[in-house]
Design a protein around this ligand. Structure first.
Ligand SMILES: Cc1cc2nc3c(=O)[nH]c(=O)nc-3n(C[C@H](O)[C@H](O)[C@H](O)COP(=O)(O)OP(=O)(O)OC[C@H]3O[C@@H](n4cnc5c(N)ncnc54)[C@H](O)[C@@H]3O)c2cc1C
Length: 379
């Protein structure tokens, strides 16, 4: 079966590596010029991490990541509401760790080094003819395959052709993402500060922390305020003196940071004819539950599993089963991340105070319920 993958992100690279393990060589087209742009951190729960076991990458992942041991939620004044033993709860299922996206991509590439990866080439569209797909590329050329996999992220061009323009689910918030190297903070601790109109998350990676600083775009302006890092620092500094090191690490020139509009989307159909959607292209995630990359890895494993039991003549059944196995699970996580977003991203001081009181009674089971349940459920 000839397979083309649009997008060398987490889902696309995982699928390429899994297919390669079975002796199937896909063609990958990636819009970016290289992997250098891939600079933000990802927390992987065992949901996604265990796919790395199957690829023989677990030891490499352990070496390149930092374990997520505890999860602490602070209020908007820096006082701790709760510290949860996250690692201990998930250990029964596998390892949970934080890694830079670029490093995870590099690990996956090790398992499909000889698979053609065409950087700087977008998939712009496709035409289905009989049992083949003609894939249109940004350099004006075309390629042909039995199966096109749209792993081209939240703004997927492949999805647009299947389902048209779909509305984003907007939170009205956006965030800046940057790194704090050589931090003196405990290395294995996830810490979040939930304030009114501001959220600051600190996530362990090897040799540092990933920082997510989120605020309503109404207050801070879309795409930050140009290069005015000072205004952003002042906005988050009120979260308490304990975060002075983090505020100092935020660059004055916000052009250096990664900006993320906090929205997601879901697509009704994950496949059409000989075209399938994978990862964020099918169902994208807010960062609040930290599962988007795990879901992309898991979907890649299920798609590979279904493709391994068929050939191009029976593709439609395999893609239908792939969608059945993945869509309800991914959407349950998406619902969960939306619920968490409505708790974490509160603008009013009164509501934020009420939320903090409720959080005092939130147990670890309640916080990580969907994750733990999903790990105990077969896919
Ligand atoms: C700042 C940030 C923090 C996050 N933190 C976490 C976390 O802690 N845990 C977690 O599990 N998830 C996290 N996520 C979400 C996670 O990154 C995504 O859910 C995951 O990467 C989805 O994988 P994907 O392969 O579908 O898409 P991506 O990894 O986004 O890859 C899509 C790829 O397609 C390429 N592309 C786009 N259009 C085209 C085209 N037309 N043709 C060819 N190539 C194209 C893009 O350049 C990109 O390389 C985070 C996301 C961000 C932005």
């Amino acid at each position: 079966m000839k397979i083309i993958i649009a997008g060398a992100g987490i889902g696309g690279m995982a699928l390429a590596a899994l297919l390669r393990r079975r002796g199937v060589t896909a063609q990958i087209y990636e819009r970016a010029a290289n992997f250098d742009h891939s600079g933000y951190m990802l927390g992987l729960y065992p949901i996604g991490a265990r796919v790395l076991h199957g690829l023989g990458l677990m030891e490499d992942f352990l070496a390149a990541s930092e374990r997520m041991e505890t999860y602490t939620v602070c209020n908007g004044h820096g006082q701790v509401i709760h510290t949860y033993e996250l690692g201990r709860m998930l250990d029964g299922f596998g390892y949970s760790g934080g890694i830079m996206r670029g490093e995870l991509l590099a690990l996956l590439r090790r398992r499909c080094e000889d698979v053609p990866l065409h950087f700087g080439t977008s998939v712009t569209g496709f035409v289905e003819a009989e049992d083949e797909v003609e894939v249109r590329l940004s350099d004006g050329s075309t390629d042909r395959c039995d199966l096109l996999v749209g792993a081209d992220g939240i703004h997927s061009a492949i999805r647009r052709q299947i389902a048209g323009e779909l509305p984003d689910h907007e939170t009205g918030w956006g965030c800046w993402v940057c790194l704090l190297r050589d931090s003196k903070r405990p290395p294995k601790a996830v810490v979040e500060h939930w304030g009114a109109g501001r959220f600051l998350g600190l996530y362990p990676i090897k040799g540092g922390l990933g920082i997510v600083a989120a605020a309503p775009t109404r207050l801070m302006g879309p795409r930050a305020v140009g290069k005015d890092g000072g205004k952003v620092k002042a906005h988050f500094a009120v979260l308490g003196e304990g975060i002075a090191d983090v505020i100092a690490a935020l660059p004055d020139d916000l052009g250096e940071t990664f900006w993320w509009q906090l929205s997601d989307m879901r697509c009704k159909a994950w496949h059409q004819g000989h075209v399938a959607l994978l990862g964020d292209a099918a169902c994208a995630f807010l960062p609040t539950a930290g599962v988007g990359a795990s879901m992309a890895l898991e979907s890649a494993a299920v798609l590979d599993d279904e493709l391994g039991r068929t050939d191009s003549r029976f593709l439609s059944g395999a893609l239908a089963r792939y969608e059945m196995r993945r869509k309800p699970r991914a959407e349950a996580f998406q619902d969960d991340s939306r619920k968490l977003a409505s708790m974490m991203m509160i603008e009013s001081s009164e509501l934020s105070w009420g939320r903090d009181q409720l959080m005092k009674f939130y147990t670890l089971d309640m916080v990580a319920k969907t994750i733990a349940q999903s790990l105990a459920t077969p896919i």
